[in-house]
Design a protein around this ligand. Structure first.
Ligand code: GLU
Length: 368
């Protein structure tokens, strides 16, 4: 942890707001003090993933509590995001540091061009000495509003920027082996793999009621990052300095896997499939066992409304999802391709049809 050079820090809504729900300038300043100090040595680069947009937008819109409907939550996020970044801008200005706002959706991450652009922008911001602050683009996406409070987004961003460490900050200082409010429960200091948490019941409700994550999405985010080779510290915002300087705090998740090819993690964890392709048995074997591309000849059925470039699910004859991939055709083009050879299609419909329906490089197996 001490050696981590590039760190993604995620902070939840409840760590940035007052009990009544507005942004708490003191808590923002306290976090920025830690981040600015860690970064000032010049050896560490930090990307902050910050929630709090919805919470910050409530009071200005005359809302007393978080609305239930998504449209009003998104409206609150729209008002609050500006205020949130203005607050960070003022707070970092105390250290002469510029901030850059980056709004992402998890689907952006599976699209080749968006993925590349996001990665390049974040790299460039860091290289130019600016401090990137990421949030979900709540106007168009609601993944994290519904269930996540940016936890999963933070894991995906950590992978995107090739982070050496992911620090998840909230109002709970780690994973406990029971209800942290009850006597006799203790903090789990290290998690070496899923087995270590097999018997632990993980609470889901966020304490302050302004965020959506709870411990479940944090542990899930930690697993995604750890499986992609990135160690994770899960602790409370007051212990941010310890987590960033390698002190023992919270729960440490050891990496369980190796870094996977760039976009595939997004495809596996982030994308919501827009449709499904059912494969015949031969194609299932080819895709799953021989890791080949999916050709029109191997498709038995198509479902859903998707466009070329969208993530789709690949199913076997029993309806079981075996893979996900980025599809090369619109849904409405597929029926006339089904079961036919690419050569035949090219002759009949033109050279544009001599291609895979899902290229093997755009494909990830769900049960490898
Ligand atoms: N992007 C949302 C925000 O910043 C996520 C957090 C939430 O659901 O409260 O407010």
């Amino acid at each position: 942890m001490r050696e981590a050079r590039r760190i993604v820090v995620k902070v939840g809504s409840s760590s940035l707001t007052t009990a009544s729900g507005g942004l708490d300038a003191d808590r923002v300043d306290a976090l920025v003090d830690v981040l600015a100090k860690v970064r000032s040595g010049g050896e560490k680069e930090i990307v902050l993933v910050s929630s709090g947009a919805i919470a910050a937008g409530l009071a200005p819109l005359g809302l007393r509590r978080r609305p239930r409907d998504l449209a009003r939550q998104q409206a609150a996020a729209s008002v609050g995001q500006g205020l949130l970044v203005a607050r960070y801008t003022a707070s970092f200005a105390r250290y002469g540091v510029r901030v850059g706002q980056v709004l992402l959706t998890s689907d952006d991450m599976s699209r080749r061009a968006h993925h590349r652009n996001a990665s390049r922008t974040l790299d460039k911001l860091l290289a130019m000495g600016a401090f990137p602050i990421v949030n979900e683009n709540d106007t168009v996406a609601t993944d994290e509003i519904r269930f996540g409070d940016n936890d999963r987004l933070a894991a995906l961003v950590a992978h995107l920027v090739h982070a050496d460490l992911l620090v998840l900050l909230s109002d709970v200082d780690g994973v406990y082996d029971g209800d942290p409010g009850k006597p006799g429960t203790s903090r789990i200091a290290q998690v070496r793999g899923p087995k270590d948490l097999a018997d632990v019941e993980i609470g889901s409700a966020g304490k302050a009621g302004v965020g959506t994550g709870g411990m479940v999405t944090k542990v899930e985010a930690a697993r995604i990052a750890a499986a992609a080779g990135i160690p994770v510290v899960l602790t409370s915002a007051v212990h941010a300095a310890d987590a960033l300087t390698g002190q023992d705090t919270g729960t440490y998740f050891h990496p369980t896997g190796k870094r996977s090819a760039d976009r595939l993690l997004w495809l596996q964890h982030a994308s919501t499939p827009q449709g499904a392709l059912t494969l015949d048995d031969g194609a299932v074997r080819a895709v799953v066992e021989r890791r080949t591309s999916l050709l029109p000849a191997g498709i038995a059925a198509v479902e859903g409304e998707f466009s070329a470039g969208d993530p789709v699910e690949l199913r076997d004859g029993a309806g079981r999802a075996v893979a996900r991939g980025l599809v090369n055709f619109d849904a409405k083009e597929i029926p006339r391709l089904i079961g036919r050879s690419t050569r035949e299609l090219a002759r009949e419909l033109g050279p544009g049809y001599e291609r895979e329906v899902v290229h093997r490089d755009d494909l990830v197996l769900l049960h490898p």
